[in-house]
Design a protein around this ligand. Structure first.
Ligand code: ZN
Length: 387
């Protein structure tokens, strides 16, 4: 098999529709086969339903050592293009004005493509330490795949000196990010013909009260802190992002379901917020609902939680990344990444990758070719530092 460059790899990776609701197996097998053809023995760690997989591969050191070294981490899935207006087909790479357009170019197939294209070069270097590739599934659904992969790697006794998560940071070194906590709330009222309101209990209306309360808490965090000015958004945030309810235009809805999230500064516990919401439900909302319908209820299910990241400036990985990129600014970001999970698993982690988060998840997502070039230079220096 002929080696492909970064552009060719990105062309290939973008052509797979790995929206999180689809299988990523075809794309992962393509990468596995390419690695296998170069004498590497990659492993696939499957999701519980077998529909998706993580790919893990070790490029051993010159003497065959597979322990230690650096992990290059990225996710294979992308967010949907539903209801977005794209100028070109999102799953066909298109070049315009020094940019490459396509779903996932920035977040984060650009990084995967760069890493894959550099494998032949990595293999030729006389390294005293290994490099590892850790490509996950379902990151966009709450970092589900990385959790499975980290469990499997723990069982195998893998040790690594550090992990670089290549999310789009414009090749800046990111040393901290917020935690992400997802919740699903179900408000159960009572259906009735909509002309007979006193006989029903309107789940949508009561859900709206709770959503407004969540917004009030968000405003409070914005106005009163705690703050950390190193973040782009320097306070914890709270927002409702999806809602469904009702079955007909003339029926009082018995059920309303919505999803909200909490992105906490690493110093503020997610439990604090849940206590505020639980208190409002217990003391205010539920009594009002039950006055209308005795069996009314509200349940909140805690979804996937991604721990925040706080990397020490003193750790070897941070110092190395700063030396290789020349970036000395302390930058922290509001979006979650798998770096928090790797750090929690005992592996020093930072976030540094090509492209910009501003283009992620949007129509006409793109990555500048110059960013891919900068990532190549960075990875080359990184691998050389392992000599
Ligand atoms: Zn991402």
């Amino acid at each position: 098999m002929k080696n492909m460059n970064t552009r060719q790899w990105l062309d290939s990776l973008v052509s797979f529709d790995t929206t999180s609701r689809h299988s990523n197996l075809a794309m992962m097998r393509t990468m596995r086969n390419a690695l296998h053809a170069q004498g590497i023995e990659p492993e696939l760690f499957y999701s519980p339903d077998g529909d998706k997989a993580n790919l893990f591969a070790t490029l051993p050191a010159e003497d065959g050592t597979t322990q230690g070294g650096i992990i290059l981490s990225g996710h294979s899935d992308v967010v949907p293009v539903d209801n977005q207006v794209w100028t070109t087909d999102p799953f066909t790479l298109a070049e315009r004005d020094g940019r490459l357009y396509g779903r996932g170019t920035a977040d984060m197939k650009g990084f995967l493509a760069t890493a894959m294209a550099m494998v032949p070069e990595f293999l030729q270097m006389k390294r005293s330490k290994p490099l590892h590739l850790a490509f996950s599934y379902d990151e966009e659904l709450g970092c589900l795949g990385a959790a499975v992969m980290l469990d499997a790697l723990k069982q195998r006794g893998l040790r690594a000196d550090g992990c670089i998560v290549g999310e789009p940071t414009g090749m800046r070194v990111i040393v901290a990010h917020k935690g992400t906590n997802l919740f699903r709330c179900r408000v159960h009222g009572k259906a009735a013909h909509s002309s007979l309101t006193p006989q029903g209990c309107n789940a949508i209306e009561h859900a709206a009260r709770l959503i407004c309360r969540i917004r009030d808490l968000a405003d409070q965090l914005k106005a009163q802190g705690p703050y950390d000015q190193c973040y782009d958004v320097p306070f914890s945030t709270l927002t409702t992002n999806q809602i469904a309810g009702g079955i007909a235009i003339n029926t009082i809805p018995a059920l309303c379901e919505f999803h909200y999230e909490f992105r906490n500064l690493p110093g503020l516990s997610p439990e604090y917020l849940q206590q505020q919401i639980a208190q409002f439900i217990r003391d205010d909302l539920l009594p009002r609902m039950q006055a209308e319908y005795r069996d009314a209820s509200i349940d909140i299910e805690t979804g996937p939680a991604v721990p925040g990241l706080e990397a020490s400036e003193r750790q070897a990985l941070t110092r190395l990344a700063r030396a290789l990129t020349g970036d000395t600014a302390v930058s922290k970001v509001s979006y979650g990444t798998e770096a928090g999970q790797f750090q929690r698993a005992g592996i020093a982690s930072i976030v540094c990758g090509p492209g910009h988060i501003a283009q992620a998840h949007k129509p006409d997502e793109f990555i500048e070719i110059a960013q891919l070039d900068a990532c190549e230079v960075f990875l080359r220096k990184l691998a050389r530092s392992l000599q």
